[in-house]
Design a protein around this ligand. Structure first.
Ligand code: SF4
Length: 301
């Protein structure tokens, strides 16, 4: 868990393994939560908990993003099954459910012994093959759910460049069964994330976001001598958001380069099928809206 948190949402498993023949057993702690278990478990067809934990541990020890690693392994397995790549590229036969094989592949992602693994390490589809089933947006592996339009758009436009930036899934969840308007979706996502900028700056865990609403945050800050009106707090959130985006844009992020994998449109979400035109519209609106905010709140020096 994060230091001093009384909730402790994170889980730690004791992974028992043999480090030598006979009874030479060692027990190591493996941290896990929902996303790594999805990305390195069900996403790869692995139903053996020890196999999933082994992969989680390996990613942690290498400092690899578990979600992105699982995404790349899944892509490689499908690309192999479709004969887009062969053993000369993968070096290990990728097979759904084969945790030991995936362990070897993760090691290759780190060692990068050939061009294939260089692209795996960079999170790219090897030679542009099978991009329609490379489940990334903006170079980031997707979270383990497919809730609807807001999830896709939220992942694409998050200032923090992550699905947790604005919780598009939560917006989808609140509107299950109702079609979402792309323009309103962008407005809500941007508003949510500007508010999250304040919560994160105050050190409030996003899981407690329904507890710390804007009034309570203003009250808590006032107790510390930081008196801010609700509007001032919102303005600060917008400034932080714009500064994050200024950084993102400076580092090469471009709305035009965003590619949404075709599979997200082919596979019905919890809110039904997502229309490519709705995503396109949302991204156009987002680009305009966000660039306007950047110019206003974080103008170039
Ligand atoms: S993520 Fe939030 S709830 Fe979980 S341990 Fe950290 S502070 Fe606590």
């Amino acid at each position: 868990p994060c230091p001093l948190c009384p909730i402790g949402c994170k889980h730690v498993a004791m992974l028992r393994g043999f480090f030598a023949d006979e009874h030479e057993v060692e027990v190591v702690e493996a941290g896990y939560d929902y996303e790594p278990v999805y990305a390195l478990g069900s996403n790869l067809g692995i139903d053996d908990p020890a196999g999933v934990l082994k992969l989680c541990l390996l990613c942690d020890s290498y400092g690899l993003d578990a979600m992105m690693t699982g995404t790349m392994l899944a892509w490689a397995t499908e690309a192999y099954e479709r004969n887009l790549v062969g053993l000369e590229e993968t070096l290990v036969e990728p097979r759904w459910g084969d945790a030991d094989g995936y362990v070897e592949m993760v090691k290759h992602i780190v060692d990068m012994p050939n061009e294939f693994y260089v692209s795996m390490a960079q999170g790219r589809a090897y030679r542009g093959l099978g991009e329609d089933f490379l489940m990334t947006i903006g170079g980031v592996g997707l979270a383990g759910y497919h809730t609807g339009l807001a999830f896709v758009v939220g992942t694409a436009i998050g200032a923090r460049h992550s699905h947790v930036s604005n919780a598009g899934y939560s917006l989808d969840q609140r509107h299950l069964g109702e079609p979402l308007d792309p323009v309103k979706t962008v407005e809500t996502l941007v508003e949510e994330e500007t508010w999250r900028c304040i919560l994160e700056s105050c050190g409030v865990c996003l899981f407690a976001r329904r507890v710390y609403d804007i009034n309570l945050v203003a009250e808590a800050l006032a107790k510390l001598g930081l008196r801010r009106s609700i509007e001032e707090l919102k303005e600060t959130g917008r400034r932080i958001y714009a500064l994050k985006y200024r950084f993102k844009l400076r580092e090469g992020f471009s709305f035009k380069n965003l590619k949404i994998p075709a599979r997200l449109f082919e596979t019905p979400s919890a809110n039904g099928r997502i229309e490519p035109d709705d995503v396109k519209k949302a991204l156009e609106v987002a680009e305009h809206r966000i660039k306007e905010m950047v110019e206003k709140y974080a103008p170039a020096m």
